[in-house]
Design a protein around this ligand. Structure first.
Ligand SMILES: *[C@@H]1O[C@H](CO)[C@@H](O)[C@H](O)[C@H]1NC(C)=O
Ligand SMILES: *[C@@H]1O[C@H](CO)[C@@H](O)[C@H](O)[C@H]1NC(C)=O
Ligand SMILES: *[C@@H]1O[C@H](CO)[C@@H](O)[C@H](O)[C@H]1NC(C)=O
Length: 435
């Protein structure tokens, strides 16, 4: 799924997770010594805890039984390799449930102190927006005052983590639904109520699976070594943030999101927003061709097609505006390939400037960091240190919006901006050409 590219958080937990490799042996012997109970008639293995009806879409239904322990609880409620793990103490009682493999649960358990550092709050009180019914989309949020670029709106820890391979390896939807519904039922009541708010859509209630697919935030707890024969042997998980789900989709959004090292989702305003403007994020990569974006939105975000301006430009899908936007995007992608190629002979300053201009014209405000970084490097390759410095500074600004002050790109661009001529990229192309 190509659109996964956008929301995959490259969560750099390598340092934290390194000890896990050594602990692998323990994990295996533990699984052997203490296997999940055999499956029951309906295919879902569980203990007697399941007396109450917890498979409900009804948030006002009676709360289910709580897990017997605060802290981590291995429920033994499983479907194949995937089991429910809960921790009602995480995030100051907000709680966290995971549906994942045993070895992935062990990673979570080991990094929980780290995850607990995640911030859970809105950054302004009162919040600078109101919940509103947005035409053709459902519940969304709209700014009720001017919000400057770079303003952080909110940061929230996840409440649900689900291994992505569950959707391949447990083929029956009913089995997955039972597992996911059970997981959610173990959240503390206040958190569960927040989660359940996401089920409501104009078209009727939405399943947990549909909620995850409509907001496909993803964390990877692995070492990026999953490119192997078994496509299900990876550590990628969907993560759900109920408070952020009110941010509706737009392919040209004004809010950037990233997942920080504590797995908290941070939403930052990417361009100045005026009172009355809807606040939106992109749930599908804004750089994908329009037809793919429209198809994704139709499939995962309500049946009425794509309501945003880029899907439905003035003049319609075959109109002049749509044609222009498609041409811009094609040109951007072609230039990007050249600018990413250190050995390209086609790059000149004119191309670099046009590239940045097209991003701005195409309103790719949540993707500018990458554009400025490429512009900075390529200008420097050509020995234009003045432009290189300008673009490196812009890359730092955009990088803070898109990935936070501590992101690798921001750090790299700060270093470059501080000494452009001392950077490896300075005059790289010229030297290669023997100039
Ligand atoms: C939700 O559950 C409550 C309590 O069990 C019940 O009174 C109500 O009718 C249910 N609502 C729906 C829409 O099923
Ligand atoms: C904006 O809306 C929030 C509620 O969502 C409210 O508390 C706040 O006072 C409003 N701000 C302005 C400037 O109207
Ligand atoms: C999954 O990958 C790891 C290494 O990344 C390997 O040690 C393990 O055997 C693999 N498991 C399966 C079931 O292929």
């Amino acid at each position: 799924m190509t659109w996964g590219r956008l929301s995959v958080a490259r969560v750099l937990l390598l340092g934290l997770l390194a000890p896990l490799a050594a602990a692998d042996g323990d994990a295996k012997s533990k699984v052997k010594a203490d296997p999940p109970p055999a499956g029951s008639g309906d295919g879902l293995a569980y203990e007697s805890i399941q007396k109450v009806d917890i498979y409900t879409d009804n948030a006002t239904a009676p709360a289910p039984q709580s897990p017997p322990v605060e802290g981590w609880w291995e429920s033994k409620i499983c479907q194949d390799e995937y089991c429910i793990y809960t921790n009602r103490r995480m995030f100051n009682g907000r709680g966290l449930v995971a549906v994942t493999k045993f070895e992935e649960f062990q990673k979570l358990e080991r990094i929980d102190d780290h995850l607990n550092r995640g911030e859970n709050k809105y950054f302004e009180d009162p919040v600078p927006f109101v919940e509103t019914e947005v035409l053709n989309k459902g519940l969304g949020i709209t700014a009720n005052k001017t919000i400057r670029r770079g303003k952080v709106l909110m940061s929230w820890s996840p409440v649900l983590i689900v291994h992505k391979a569950l959707f391949n390896q447990v083929p029956k939807k009913a089995d997955r639904t039972r597992l996911l519904e059970t997981a959610i039922s173990f959240l503390p009541p206040a958190t569960r109520a927040k989660f359940d708010k996401q089920r409501v859509t104009r078209a009727g209630p939405r399943s947990i699976e549909q909620i995850l697919l409509a907001h496909p935030y993803e964390v990877d707890m692995g070492f990026n070594n999953y490119r192997q024969a078994d496509e299900n042997n990876h550590s990628k998980h969907y993560v759900n943030y109920p408070e952020a789900a009110v941010l509706q989709h737009d392919c040209r959004p004004n809010v950037a999101t990233h997942i920080d090292q504590s797995f908290a989702l941070r939403a930052t305003v990417a361009r100045r927003v005026q009172p009355g403007e809807e606040l939106t994020v992109a749930y599908v990569d804004p750089l994908l061709p329009r037809s793919e974006r429209v198809a994704w939105v139709k499939r995962h975000r309500g049946g009425d097609g794509c309501p945003c301006s880029t899907c439905n430009p003035p003049g319609g899908e075959k109109g002049e505006a749509a044609k222009k936007a498609d041409e811009r995007l094609t040109e951007i992608m072609a230039m990007r390939a050249e600018l990413r190629n250190h050995d390209s002979t086609k790059v000149d300053i004119q191309m670099i400037e046009r590239f940045v201009k097209l991003y701005e014209e195409e309103r790719l405000h949540v993707k500018l960091a990458d554009a400025y970084e490429l512009a900075a490097l390529n200008a420097n390759y050509l020995g234009d240190d003045r432009r290189a410095k300008k673009y490196a500074d812009l890359a730092v600004q955009a990088g803070i919006v898109e990935g936070g002050t501590q992101s690798n790109d921001v750090i790299a661009m700060r270093i470059m901006a501080s000494d452009v001529k001392g950077h490896y990229s300075y005059r790289y192309t010229l030297k290669r050409r023997g100039q």
